[in-house]
Structures are given as C-alpha cells and as structure tokens.
Design a protein around this ligand. Structure first.
Ligand code: KIV
Length: 298
C-alpha cells in the first residue's frame, strides 16, 4: 500500500486495508520505455475492485463514467464530487495492489485552482485514492501545476474528452485533421511539462496516438487510440458485457455478464415460483420452534 492510498483519514476514519506491495505513481511513470504495458480498468464498487485487483490490473480508474454505467445518467456531466468520493471509497476498500485513480467530475476543477485543489485533495484525504485524473489539454497546465504543488499526482486525459461533449458536438473521434493532431501533441507536451505522471488518450486515430506516445516521456494509456500507446484502459461494463446495445468500435467484450445474470435470474424466478427454492439443504431445522431472536448459524 502506498502512502497516498493509505489515506490521511477523515471524520469517518481512514480506509482500512491489509498491507501489501502496491503499484506506485513513480512505478507507473517508469513504465515508459521499459517494455511494461500498463493495464487499467474502471471500477465503481468494492467487490469489482477486489476482483480486478486480484487479477492483477496495474491501475483502477474510478471513472466519472460511473454516471452512464452505474447511476443511469445520459452523460458524465451530472456526476457530483460526493458521488465520486462515495464510489472511490468503495473501490479503495477493495484494492490492495493496483493504483487507484479518481476522476475529477465536471465543474470540480474547471471553476479554478482553489476548487480543484480542495476537490482533488478530498480524493486522497477522504477516499484514499493515490491520484486524480482531469480532462483537457494545454489550458489545464496551470491547474496541473497547482495540484502537483499540493502533492496530488495527476493523470491527464486528451482527445475525446466526454466532459466536452457539447463543445465537440457529440462523442467524436478527435485529431483527424493535421492541425488538430498537432494541437493534441502540443496539449500532451504542455501537460507533461506541467507535471502529469501519465496520460489517457481517448478517441483518436492510431497515428495520432502513436505521435503523442513518441513525443512524450510519460506513459500514454489509450482507449480508442490504437495499438501504440504504453497501456490500455477499458470501461468495466464494456469489457464484461454489462452495457446493452452495440459496443463502441474500440472496445472488446471478454464476457457476457448480462447474459449470465439474466439466465441466473430467470432460473431463480422459476425455482421460487415452482417451489424448488429453498430446498431442505437451504433451510434451518430445529427440534422445537426457535425461541428468542438469536442469529441463526450460517
Ligand atoms: O470515466 C472514464 O471511464 C474514463 C475512461 C474512459 C478513461 O475517463
């Protein structure tokens, strides 16, 4: 467990987790050029984080995509700081090894450096995350500096940035024109100069993902940015088949949990309605009616 993830505590106390060797921010930064390809997945709750962590992912992102994937919003824009802190706390409780990165939600940092430091600080101090992620390019450089000065490691995020959905006119692949591609490279360099330790590249042509990866000394973690990034990230619900409808082009479904859950639920319904659940093995027996309110054996 690294010191940042141990958390500095809060009124409700620090997150408690057993000690183990954790992935650290310097280790992630050092992955650049080392041949180690970083693996990041999103998670929004404790049991999911526990599974991903035990399976060996390097980083867990508590994405503001919790809005679309868990909370039923149409976009990430309505997600609040309190919602993000709540989900980040749960993820940290389930994580022993992976580096937990908390996503700064819309308007938690765009309103100024003071707000940004206070809100980002909550993720480290209250929730026990090790780092935060913010969206946006060169115009966020000052903000990144302020966060790093406050001892907060920052992951950048450029390209298709979902919090800019209205400015972009939809969720559109970015950097298709040469001038846009160059601007993205400049964005990445400006963020690196400001002190980010890694950079998410989302929704851009593979060639642009490669240009940025080659032009920077920090690891790039791609989602829809092609094969040449230093790592890859996917959203949990896409990877495990929990989102209805067609997958985005860049995602791959590794399991059909929606199918598994639906099939298991249908069997449970049939068993309850048909009287097959519970069976004798799933009931408590007693020679005489149980007296008092004692807790039954498990
Ligand atoms: O919120 C999120 O899930 C993200 C990933 C797409 C990188 O920002």
């Amino acid at each position: 467990m690294n010191p940042a993830q141990r958390g500095a505590g809060s009124a409700s106390g620090p997150p408690e987790r057993p000690p183990s060797r954790s992935v650290t921010v310097p280790e992630v930064r050092a992955a650049k050029g080392s041949g180690r390809r970083l693996v990041m997945l999103t998670a929004y709750d404790c049991p999911t984080a526990r599974l991903l962590d035990a399976a060996g992912v390097d980083l867990i992102l508590v994405g503001d995509s919790v809005g679309n994937n868990v909370l039923g919003y149409d976009s990430t824009l309505p997600v609040t700081m309190d919602e993000m802190v709540h989900h980040t706390k749960a993820v940290v409780r389930g994580t022993r090894r992976a580096l937990v990165v908390a996503d700064m939600p819309y308007l938690s940092y765009q309103t100024g450096r003071r707000d940004a430091v206070r809100n980002a600080g909550r993720f480290l101090k209250e929730a026990g995350a090790a780092a935060v992620k913010i969206e946006g390019g060169a115009r966020r450089a000052g903000l990144v500096r302020a966060l790093v000065e406050a001892e907060i490691p920052v992951m950048g995020h450029v390209g298709l940035t979902p919090q800019s959905v209205h400015l972009m006119g939809g969720y559109r692949v970015q950097g298709k024109r040469v001038d846009e591609a160059r601007a993205l490279v400049e964005d990445a360099r400006a963020l690196e100069d400001a002190g980010i330790f890694s950079l998410v590249l989302e929704g851009m042509p593979e060639a642009v993902g490669r240009m940025i990866t080659d032009a920077t000394g920090i690891p790039t973690i791609g989602i829809g940015a092609g094969r040449h990034c230093d790592g890859q990230v996917l959203v949990f619900h896409d990877l495990f088949g929990l989102n209805p409808g067609p997958l985005p082009r860049f995602a791959r479904r590794y399991a059909d949990l929606a199918g598994t859950i639906t099939e298991a639920t249908e069997r449970f319904i049939a068993d309850v309605r048909g009287g097959a659940f519970p069976a004798e093995a799933e009931t408590y027996s007693s020679p005489s009616p149980v007296a008092g309110g004692g807790r039954p054996d498990r």
